[in-house]
Design a protein around this ligand. Structure first.
Ligand SMILES: CSCCC(=O)C(=O)COP(=O)(O)O
Ligand SMILES: [Mg+2]
Length: 252
């Protein structure tokens, strides 16, 4: 099927490598979280029950024992220094761990609200969002970044507030992105037949998981994305940006 003939009711977009450059996430957002995590924890550690819960969940992450074993002096008790080090360790490994993602969202909030951060989106994103909404489609987001972090990146984007275009958000609370069940959960939550959802991502493993749940998928080849193997190119529909999808229509 040519992409100009494609029909869908929902466009489900990934963020990193799809709407937004990988470089923005890795060279701006992650360093911001690493640089500010200690101060954030010092300020909120005692007073915020949400932060206390995140810390408890971080200690349950399997890599926590691995991390503390690498410390010269194993910690007697959990303190800001240990959790700060562990958060930086997880970020360096780019582990998509749910409590880490929740914490990052809280740290980035301060950066967006002070104007230190503005969410990167590729040039073609606002026009595509407008076209899809005008055609009556819903736009939803599925990212490993927390729902709060997703809302921030679009609300404070470099081209203004794009959050108004988005009608649903999903993060790893719905399941991991390379597991088929996550996409079945999303379809159920949206109340849509999976075949009426078009998932746009940069990661072949995510596309494969979504396809096995019955979603339509297309892989983005944005500047800076990881190059695909020949096999991945043959087994996926590929696009460089959203411009060929402006003509998406609702099914008759
Ligand atoms: C929500 S913006 C931050 C993105 C992020 O933390 C991340 O891990 C990106 O993962 P994605 O699933 O959007 O590729
Ligand atoms: Mg991605």
């Amino acid at each position: 099927m040519l992409s100009t003939e494609r029909v869908a009711k929902v466009v489900l977009v990934d963020i990193e490598g799809t709407t937004t450059s990988i470089s923005f996430v890795h060279d701006v957002l992650f360093p911001y979280a690493k640089n500010n995590v200690k101060k954030f924890l010092e300020e909120s550690w005692e007073s915020s029950s949400e932060v206390k819960q995140i810390v408890r969940e971080l200690q349950q992450v399997p890599q926590y024992a691995e991390y503390t074993a690498t410390l010269r002096v194993p910690p007697q008790e959990v303190d800001v220094q240990v959790i700060t080090g562990f958060v930086r360790y997880l970020i360096d490994k780019d582990l998509k761990v749910t409590p880490l993602k929740t914490l990052q969202g809280l740290i980035w909030q301060q950066g967006y609200e002070t104007g230190e951060l503005m969410g990167h989106v590729f040039n073609d994103v606002p026009g595509a969002f407008e076209a899809w909404r005008e055609a009556g489609l819903r736009i939803a987001v599925y990212s490993s970044g927390s729902v709060a972090a997703q809302k921030l990146i679009f609300r404070y984007s470099i081209v203004g507030d794009l959050l108004t275009h988005l009608s649903a958000h999903f993060d790893t609370h719905v399941g991991h992105k390379q597991e088929s069940q996550s996409y079945a959960n999303i379809a159920q939550s949206l109340g849509e037949d999976p075949s009426h959802i078009l998932f746009l991502t940069d990661i072949p493993g995510e596309a494969a998981a979504a396809r096995s749940a019955g979603l339509q998928t297309i892989i983005l080849q944005r500047p800076g994305n990881t190059p695909l193997t020949d096999d991945q190119k043959y087994s996926n529909e590929l696009i460089a940006d959203f411009s060929s999808l402006h003509t998406l229509q609702l099914p008759e």
